[in-house]
Design a protein around this ligand. Sequence first.
Ligand code: NAG
Ligand code: NAG
Ligand code: NAG
Ligand code: NAG
Ligand code: NAG
Ligand code: NAG
Ligand code: NAG
Ligand code: NAG
Ligand code: NAG
Ligand code: NAG
Length: 809
Amino acid sequence: MAALNLNLLIVTLIYIHHVSLAFAKVTLNSPLFTDTDDAWLSPSGEFAFGFRQLNDNDTKLFMVAIWYNMIPDDQTVVWSARKDNKLATAPAGSKLQITQEGLSLTNPKGDFIWTASSKDFVSEGAMLDSGNFVLLNGSSANVWQSFEHPTDTLLPNQSLQLGGMLTSRLTDTNYTTGRFQLYFDGGNLLLSPLAWPSQLRYKSYPVIDASGNASRLLFNISGDIYVETTNGNRIQPQGQKWVSNSSSSLDLNPEMNFYRATLDPSGVFTQYAHPRNNTARQGWIIMRYVPDDICNIIFDRFGSGSCGYNSYCDMENERPTCNCLDGYSLVDPSNQFGGCQPNFTLACGADVQAPPEQLYHMLQSSRYNFPEADYEKIQPYTQQECLQSCLHNCMCAVAIFGLDTCWMKRLPLSNGRVTDVNDHHFVYIKIRNSRDFYPGVNEELPPGADSNKEDGAKPILMGSLIGSLVVNGILLATVALLVLLKPKLKVVVPVAAASLLETNLHSFSYEALKEATWGFSEELGRGSCGIVYKGKLEAEDSCNVIAVKRLDRLAQEREKEFRTELSAIGKTSHKNLVRLIGFCDQGINRLLVYEFMSNGTLADILFGHSKPNWNTRVGFALGIARGLVYLHEECDTPIIHCDIKPQNILIDEHFNTKISDFGLAKLLLSDQSRTNTMIRGTRGYVAPEWFKNVAVTVKVDVYSFGIMLLEIICCRRSVVMEEPGEEEKAVLADWACDCYMEGRIDALVENDEEALSDKERLRKWIKIAIWCIHENPEMRPTIGMVVQMLEGFVQVSNPPPTFTMHSVS
Ligand SMILES: *[C@@H]1O[C@H](CO)[C@@H](O)[C@H](O)[C@H]1NC(C)=O
Ligand SMILES: *[C@@H]1O[C@H](CO)[C@@H](O)[C@H](O)[C@H]1NC(C)=O
Ligand SMILES: *[C@@H]1O[C@H](CO)[C@@H](O)[C@H](O)[C@H]1NC(C)=O
Ligand SMILES: *[C@@H]1O[C@H](CO)[C@@H](O)[C@H](O)[C@H]1NC(C)=O
Ligand SMILES: *[C@@H]1O[C@H](CO)[C@@H](O)[C@H](O)[C@H]1NC(C)=O
Ligand SMILES: *[C@@H]1O[C@H](CO)[C@@H](O)[C@H](O)[C@H]1NC(C)=O
Ligand SMILES: *[C@@H]1O[C@H](CO)[C@@H](O)[C@H](O)[C@H]1NC(C)=O
Ligand SMILES: *[C@@H]1O[C@H](CO)[C@@H](O)[C@H](O)[C@H]1NC(C)=O
Ligand SMILES: *[C@@H]1O[C@H](CO)[C@@H](O)[C@H](O)[C@H]1NC(C)=O
Ligand SMILES: CC(=O)N[C@H]1CO[C@H](CO)[C@@H](O)[C@@H]1O
């Protein structure tokens, strides 16, 4: 809200200092332009008519408006030009002028944006002290007046005729037409939410029930507001918050106060007062309003209700406010009525096959309800059963439990409102766990969580939103990194090809990277292409840890390709790929700057002291496969990794797998003989076609993935020196094929209870791995197919028995 007020202030401040011309009457052909700050003022100077810049510096758009011109700091707009009930916006350079035909707004090219036309010839215009802008004919009769085309506000001495209506604006500072309308229908004054863009009116609420006899709504000159009926009666709005003059202390005095009545962005029709003597600077005061409680009045099967979707309405300080559910945030942060969205994905089919307990928790709340969002009502049911059902149902976003009944609710949630707090109303919101996907790895569960899985107890976290904050923090950090990198670091002027500029890669100077890595002092590891160092990029108010890879010298003819290759890598962006932040290409130095992954490589984890549990490994395999699908099938040009192995898979702090070093193998391996490559230690992962005279395709990665999938399943390296007598196990691929053919896959995961209890998947995944390591590349599935099989969407046929002959030499 502070931001909104500030914006309002900025806009109004601009205007207050510049309005200069004062005309009571406006003659023909004396135009106003957007680029001057002139306006047409009323004789007293109280009201002004002219251009107002929309609160948006980028696009420089303007509207035509009437505003209070004498209230310092608050030049409240009371009218704006609308066409088909939509705000007429004018680009810079537009012109507003009165001609014989009427009032016209034209863009710099002379096209009409908006007109107020009259059948009579117009001879002049006038901004009146009442706030009415009028066009007059030769005998000074009104032929057009702004009072007859109200937008969202009525002023004293203005009336709303039977065909008229008020339509709210979107927010206090955004004059685009909003969601509510006040209008006459069947002789009564009604309020309805609107369905954009057709402006269909949803279910209406009577603001003034005149038994069908209303003839107009009058804001009389003394400041009172009522409907006049056909037979001369006056009927006040009905509601406890609409105090009428006679019955109470309401003190109407137009000599002392300005008045206005506005259909607010929230849908509340409110009468405001502002003292004319503004020494107190207290702003507009709410005098009275109708309906009393819009939060509960607006209710329909269609539309979002009084607030936007996924938010609930509450009356606070005489105003409705819209609040997002915990874990949700505003779709448009500047519009509290615009609805909320979850901070996480919540959808069927969007998840890996992990138990929902590991992905979500149910946050308990109590105060509100969404009466129209139910899709299931289960009765009788217990509270525990209710929240379990919601947790396990991918469609369920919120569960409400009362007495013995469970209501399951789906998105988008509508008609959100606060309910009376009682002991029999429980709200459970499904929220994504912070440690994306596999908290089981990390035994520390947040406080209040019940970690005992055996008896079916559930991780219900009370009030803990740390999760999404952490995830978002990381997102923000990434953005901040990109934004902050620029100013402080010595960025070498890129002499790069246009293709590199399309990426977000930063070109670093060698000196900058040397400094960032403390002179290449902290070695993180040695890969096939070079040595990796830890480093830190310091920006104004943050610092970011990076990994800098210093590449071995490239062969002469490869130098050219370096940038081409980089531009392909630089454009990649996937959650299972390590992000390349920038590079250095200076003299003989070739360095790559990556985001730093805190938790080492898959090899460290897989072959380390304690085995990661089965579900974690399942997640690892799926993540890697998805990253490969992206490289092979979703990039502009397919990227073959050529060196898939656990040492090249990094793990971030949320236990997501990230493929690293992609795209480089091609660059770096080609000047070495293939024999060398094999000797370099990736033996066991290399597809047989490397040794033959056939083209190397994306299928080499599928082969390596197959080997790695076996390693992930079995938690052991692809080739090990076995004890005498155990030689059959030395080469994992052969051993796995043997075990599969002989029907003893249990041996592959000996003692891994979790894997053994997921036997179906175990068998299927071993079959997939065997298909992946088929001798003939054409027989191997594509990685996209592999993902579908891993996820269980596609049947896996039995691999042919020839596989038993498979061998890595
Ligand atoms: C007003 O809101 C509309 C709809 O959200 C948006 O397109 C427009 O840019 C906003 N205008 C300003 C000035 O913020
Ligand atoms: C908009 O532009 C004005 C004048 O150039 C400037 O003073 C103001 O700070 C800008 N506002 C925003 C929000 O950028
Ligand atoms: C101006 O309008 C009034 C009312 O419509 C009409 O009586 C009068 O003749 C018009 N005068 C001129 C000069 O058109
Ligand atoms: C009020 O409106 C009437 C016509 O609707 C007009 O004749 C009168 O001059 C107005 N009074 C003031 C003070 O503006
Ligand atoms: C509305 O008009 C009808 C018929 O003209 C009359 O019977 C009824 O009393 C009127 N109601 C009000 C509230 O004036
Ligand atoms: C305005 O309405 C109030 C209350 O209905 C009434 O007392 C007052 O006389 C009206 N003023 C005029 C100018 O009609
Ligand atoms: C409305 O209130 C004002 C000031 O309290 C008083 O002068 C006026 O007579 C009242 N009108 C009615 C209709 O009660
Ligand atoms: C405005 O109010 C202040 C104090 O309330 C008073 O001193 C001042 O004279 C008033 N000004 C006018 C123009 O009434
Ligand atoms: C996510 O949700 C939390 C809690 O509702 C909120 O505070 C935070 O701003 C949201 N973050 C984003 C990036 O939407
Ligand atoms: C450096 C680092 O963040 N290591 C973490 C890796 O993951 C384990 C388990 O979640 C953490 O305990 C380590 O702190």
